[in-house]
Design a protein around this ligand. Structure first.
Ligand SMILES: [Fe+2]
Length: 236
């Protein structure tokens, strides 16, 4: 693994994709734990108002709070820690380990930035782990706009509308997607009959507060999660 090259790609593009980063056995153990937890029809804890406004349908779970074994292993993965230090330098901190589950036929996630891009050094790093193949027939593919972590605030507009330069990924079981929190990104709708999940081992750089993702930017609003409020409506 050429950590320096991956880090320089990351800083240029706002993301890096590494297939076959995690071994199959660990991925299968995570998937089993995910299905044990959710079943096939879990209910979102987000308010209906947020789901309607954000056009985002995800049911989240924090397996490290319950010390679920395969996720503890994932969190301690030495290659992942070393790569994180190559990108962020020393002193980065854990935020959370969040599984994001989308039911079949659900909206995925509209375009957003995980946090306000006002201060370049204040951002989260998403370390997205794909514990099963994301099948384009089923949907749920992650999409990013390369280089957009350096382009300020996500332009207002249609929450799900196409953005120029977007790149759609097809992660497989074992893929790691490293994503800067200021990079414009979304998840396509899950149009098929299968559920989809990804796991985010989210961290922050040394200079950023660990609640940096409390306020996220969507194309139609700025939203604060801790108080469940729309901080700003955004128009075309
Ligand atoms: Fe996000």
């Amino acid at each position: 693994m050429d950590k320096e090259k991956i880090a320089s790609d990351f800083w240029r593009e706002g993301y890096a994709v590494l297939h076959d980063f995690f071994d199959t056995e660990l991925m299968d153990a995570c998937t089993d734990a995910i299905l044990d937890h959710y079943g096939v029809d879990p209910q979102s804890k987000h308010s209906d108002a947020f789901v309607r406004a954000s056009q985002t349908e995800v049911v989240s779970w924090y397996p490290l709070e319950e010390k679920v074994s395969p996720f503890v292993q994932l969190d301690r993965h030495s290659g992942l820690g070393e790569l994180t230090s190559s990108i962020l330098g020393e002193g980065w901190r854990d935020m959370c380990c969040m599984v994001m589950f989308s039911k079949s036929g659900s909206a995925g996630q509209a375009w957003h930035q995980d946090c306000l891009p006002e201060t370049a050094e204040h951002f989260n790093l998403n370390r997205l782990v794909y514990t099963h193949d994301i099948d384009p027939e089923n949907g749920g593919e992650p999409v990013v706009v390369p280089g957009s972590h350096r382009k300020g605030t996500l332009p207002p507009g249609d929450p799900q509308g196409d953005l120029d330069g977007r790149q759609v990924f097809q992660p497989r079981k074992g893929t790691l997607l490293l994503l800067h929190g200021h990079t414009f990104h979304r998840v396509l709708p899950v149009k098929g009959t299968q559920w989809r999940a990804s796991t985010n081992l989210r961290v922050v750089s040394r200079g950023a507060p660990t609640d940096v993702t409390d306020v996220a930017v969507y194309r139609n609003m700025v939203y604060r999660f801790s108080t469940h409020e729309v901080v700003e409506e955004r128009g075309e």
